[in-house]
Design a binder for this molecule. Structure first.
Ligand SMILES: Cc1cc2nc3c(=O)[nH]c(=O)nc-3n(C[C@H](O)[C@H](O)[C@H](O)COP(=O)(O)OP(=O)(O)OC[C@H]3O[C@@H](n4cnc5c(N)ncnc54)[C@H](O)[C@@H]3O)c2cc1C
Length: 471
């Protein structure tokens, strides 16, 4: 693609739109802050200019300008993505949503929140809790990521099993198209059959079709109580059987069922300098979270879950019914990414495969097979309730960082191909972005790719919005 370059005329026009303080150019150190996301350092590329619009009008004017001069634009939320989707591959403009970070309204009557896209996910969760309400979109990066980024990636996380991924919580959005046009889709209503659902198409489009400038989000009544159980098993097969029994025998739908293998737990414990209760010799751990509307329902539910797990070969059940113990368990899970990077700065974290829950043991066997085949150590965690696995791959000492890029890519591709064979997919929640684009194009049926390319052309005739991502 032949893109226009940023010159002083463009910079002046951007300053006219956003004001001098909200345009970063020439300052290499500051531009470098927008070169990467959390996928690592491999593909980083600094933009030529960063703009920080403060309202929809400014976003629209920036897009109109970029469209006329054919300048690539990469939308950016908080940069916590793990697929390289916010990396400005072709330089150009990064449009950072960090200043559009206001919670505009919590409408109790309609049970919705209206927010700007730069709101940090956890800030919204806390704010609505103060009002006795609950936002159920909850990626493990809840303290890092923005709502706009969550919607653009259709983020998942631990609570998907009960509440669904981000898509389920978005009732409406204001978006700016690559041409600068503004659309309002959906609204404060919970259903609609009124033509093609463009909102649903845009959710998860990874900043390639539009920029979200306002979101209307569904809120739920705040659960009355939460209990977390930590349950160790001798092996993963027994853990899977126990999960099956939770639904069929105990008849409880937990909020979260997270899986960690022993290697992950050991690495996180070492990093955080504490061990989990019951760590012992278990090879597989489940964190089961239960949220209910009353204390009585909560007690009944966690007793049923505990008994069912013990009946199904759990080695023990640790009940964390206070904040300190719960926090200890979840820290192990939440801070694992940092712990893995601390152990190996070259660790590949792009694996985000998803398979039907019944196929998890086969998928985990495949991970062990590639471990042997390529002499690569792995640590696997995942959202067990929905079959989403994150295998981390450690760089072998005798492989150079350059060779590791292609080797780890090859291994991830092999795992994705296996997941697809098992009825799964290449990404459960992190997206295609830049890192998985090649495999995505290789593995998706050509008719689907053709339709997606035609859709992209309709929204973005000059192909300026987040080029080099997804398709
Ligand atoms: C420790 C850790 C744990 C994580 N756990 C999870 C998890 O459990 N579940 C999960 O799904 N992900 C997880 N992630 C990945 C990441 O946090 C999510 O993908 C998140 O949704 C990205 O949000 P962000 O604001 O950081 O977006 P960014 O990384 O800035 O951007 C991601 C994509 O969204 C686009 N984008 C951002 N804002 C907008 C906007 N306003 N309009 C249009 N496009 C936009 C960007 O162009 C890019 O394509 C984790 C990451 C880390 C580091």
């Amino acid at each position: 693609m032949n893109y226009g370059k940023i010159d002083i005329e463009i910079i002046e026009k951007l300053i006219e739109i956003c004001g001098e303080g909200d345009v970063i150019y020439k300052d290499e150190e500051k531009l470098e802050n927008y070169a990467c996301d959390e996928s690592g350092k491999i593909f980083c590329n600094p933009p030529e200019v960063v703009v920080k619009p403060e309202n929809t009008g400014e976003v629209s004017k920036i897009m109109k300008l970029a469209n006329v001069y054919h300048i690539p634009v990469t939308p950016r939320g908080a940069g916590s993505g793990l697929a390289g989707a916010a990396i400005p591959l072709y330089g150009g403009i990064v449009i950072s949503m960090e200043k559009m970070n206001r919670i505009l309204e919590i409408d109790k009557t309609n049970r919705v929140a209206v927010v700007e896209p730069g709101v940090i996910t956890n800030d919204l969760c806390r704010k609505v809790e103060e009002e006795g309400l609950y936002y159920a979109g909850y990626p493990m990066s809840v303290g890092l990521s923005s709502i706009g980024g969550n919607v653009a990636t259709n983020a998942g996380g631990s609570k998907v099993i009960k509440y669904g991924s981000t898509r389920k919580h978005v009732l409406g959005a204001e978006v700016v198209l690559p041409t600068g046009e503004v659309l309002n889709l959906g609204g404060k209503r919970r259903k609609e059959t009124w033509g093609y659902d463009l909102l649903d198409l845009l959710i998860g489009s990874e900043g390639t079709l539009c920029i979200f400038t306002k979101l209307i989000l569904n809120l739920l009544p705040l659960p009355k109580g939460t209990v977390d159980l930590l349950v160790p098993f001798r092996n993963i097969e027994e853990a899977i059987e126990a999960v099956k029994a939770l639904f069929l025998e105990a008849k409880v739908l937990p909020t979260a069922i997270e899986f960690m293998d022993k290697t992950s737990v050991d690495i996180a414990s070492q990093f955080l300098n504490f061990s989990l209760p019951l760590q012992g010799n278990a090879q597989a751990f489940l964190i089961i979270q239960i949220e209910e509307r009353s204390k009585k329902e909560l007690e009944e539910a966690y007793e049923k879950v505990g008994k069912s797990c013990l009946k199904n070969k759990a080695l023990d059940v640790f009940v964390a019914d206070n904040k300190t113990n719960s926090e200890k368990i979840w820290r192990i899970r939440r801070e694992l990414t940092e712990a893995l990077r601390n152990k190996d700065p070259f660790v590949s974290l792009s694996g985000d495969i998803i398979v039907p829950v019944s196929e998890i043991p086969i998928m985990l066997k495949k991970i062990k097979e590639v471990e042997k085949k390529y002499s690569v150590k792995t640590a696997t965690i995942g959202h067990m309730g929905d079959g989403n696995l994150h295998p981390a791959l450690f760089k072998p000492k005798d492989v150079s960082p350059e060779d590791w890029i292609s080797l780890s890519e090859k291994i991830v591709e092999e795992l994705i191909e296996e997941a697809i064979k098992l009825g799964g997919s290449g990404s459960g929640e992190h997206g295609v972005g830049l890192l998985k684009r090649k495999t995505f194009l290789k593995t998706k049926p050509s008719t689907e790719i053709r339709i997606m390319r035609e859709i992209k052309r309709i929204f973005d005739p000059n192909m300026i919005l987040n080029p080099g991502k997804v398709i």
